[in-house]
Design a protein around this ligand. Structure first.
Ligand code: EPZ
Length: 431
């Protein structure tokens, strides 16, 4: 398995192009299953999670055309999806196990053809990750759901019907799945306590281009009037706010200056405010955000993860890495996932001073220096936190299990090297 080698100590300066958002691209891909016509998605990030979901769609009967585009020195993919008819209505264990967001096929296939079988994803490193909200909502829309041999078997032979659904939690995944299902249901669906993450607005934009009738974008109440069929459309994936936030922290932790090209400040209000509180200069430009920490007199900050527009859980580990080297104490509270402090023991192996209280909170006391070490993480964002720690640690840090990073950070070494980091990928064969 590949590893990443980092020699810490370089101040990062320059520009980084922010890719299309992984967590927007995944539901956009499965939205293409709602129609037999072509759905063209541009600004797609080049990531293993996208490749995994594409493979599942091919198994289901989707034809995918792939092209590459270079704009302003930055290359992205464009994929055109067309599912004239389904070859299979089963999302098998091997796909779902590798890529949890495979569950986004559930709503669209059920709505279009009235039957789908999906392997239950099970828990993962960050938590139990249940699907009860997705399944209860589909039942409320008239589907019958059976759990058998590890699979969800969903039927709606006479089609789904609109329903009034109140989510017990503002789940991103359930909001996307039920939104997609409701576009082809008979009558009106009202979702209350819907998630409001920007990735959901991006999905709504595509669905509306495909002919869906949706009101309430960017609010917690979504009203969907079902239509008979949807048609083809073209859409450009929104920039990845979590990738942008991660590189903003790279600028902060190395006391450098990075311009995040294509990043949308509106989507990062809460994390950018925390950086501002840390005396870091943030300049919002028309098509970029400049994060300048060269003269910042940083001090510890408390953060508490929450549903959007609160502090994103997907930036919690990276902020914690920053707090390990900032003077003073910081309290980090994780409210979304029950097990998202797996990076703590690895950061401590690099010399961080962190005290975890229960599952949900940790006190971080800034130390003068971290020291490089071989480390590994159990999820994507925790892996990036270790890269950040490596960028400022004395000596060499080797980050193992690079496949986590490849799931969600496009061309990570290239982007960081471009702003001055001493970082390289060591191929398995080189060991
Ligand atoms: C999405 O996961 C993201 N993944 C996650 O990013 C992100 O951490 C999460 O939203 C929260 O922002 C994708 O978009 C592919 P949820 P999702 O349903 O949709 C509970 C990353 O690093 N819940 O909003 O699976 C659940 O247990 C990943 O890119 C139920 O109880 O998250 C959690 O506590 C990691 N029942 C909370 O809701 C359900 O049926 C929020 O989960 C569904 C969820």
């Amino acid at each position: 398995m590949d590893k990443i080698k980092i020699r810490g100590g370089n101040q990062l300066n320059g520009k980084i192009y922010i890719s299309g958002a992984k967590n927007a691209a995944l539901p956009l891909i499965t939205a293409s299953l709602l129609t037999g016509e072509k759905v063209r998605l541009s600004n797609m990030p080049i990531l293993s999670d996208i490749r995994s979901l594409n493979k599942l769609l091919i198994e289901l009967g989707t034809e995918i055309e792939e092209t590459e585009e270079t704009k302003g020195g930055y290359t992205s993919k464009t994929y055109t999806y067309q599912t004239k008819e389904f070859k299979s209505l089963i999302a098998p264990y091997d796909y779902v196990r590798k890529m949890r967001a495979s569950y986004y096929v559930l709503g669209p296939i059920l709505a279009r053809v009235g039957h789908v079988e999906l392997s239950l994803p099970g828990g993962c490193a960050i938590g139990a990750r249940p699907m009860d909200i997705h399944l209860n909502s589909l039942e409320a829309m008239g589907a019958t759901i059976e759990i058998k041999n590890g699979y969800v078997i969903a039927d709606a032979k006479k089609g789904l019907k609109g329903a009034h659904i109140i989510f017990p939690k503002a789940s991103v995944g359930a909001t996307c799945n039920i939104l997609m299902a409701a576009t082809l249901a008979k009558g009106e669906t009202l979702i209350e306590n819907a998630a409001q993450e920007p990735e959901i607005a991006d999905l709504i934009d595509l669905l509306v281009k495909m002919g869906a009738k949706i009101e309430g974008k960017n609010t917690s109440q979504l009203k969907i009037e079902g239509v008979k069929e949807l048609h083809g459309a073209e859409h450009s994936v929104l920039p990845d706010r979590i990738e942008a936030g991660s590189y903003a922290i790279a600028a902060a932790i190395t006391k450098g200056r990075i311009e995040l090209i294509n990043a949308v400040a509106e989507h990062l209000k809460t994390p950018l405010n925390i950086l501002r509180n840390m005396d870091i200069k943030i300049t919002e430009k028309a098509n970029s955000i400049v994060v300048d920490a060269r003269n910042a007199d940083m001090s510890g900050q408390d953060i508490m993860t929450d549903y959007y527009p609160g502090f994103p859980t997907d930036l919690q580990a990276q902020f914690m890495a920053l707090m390990t080297v900032v003077p003073g104490a910081s309290m980090v509270t994780e409210n979304i996932w029950e097990n998202r402090f797996m990076h703590v023991p690895e950061l401590m192996r690099m010399g961080a001073n962190i005290n975890v209280h229960g599952h949900a909170s940790a006190i971080v006391r800034g130390v003068k220096k971290l020291s490089g070490a071989p480390v590994m993480a159990t999820d994507l964002r925790a892996s990036f936190a270790l890269v950040l720690a490596g960028l400022v640690a004395d000596g060499e840090t080797i980050v193992n299990r690079v496949y986590h990073l490849d799931r969600g950070y496009e061309r990570l070494e290239e982007k960081l090297r471009g702003v001055g980091a001493d970082i390289e990928r060591i191929k398995e064969d080189d060991f």
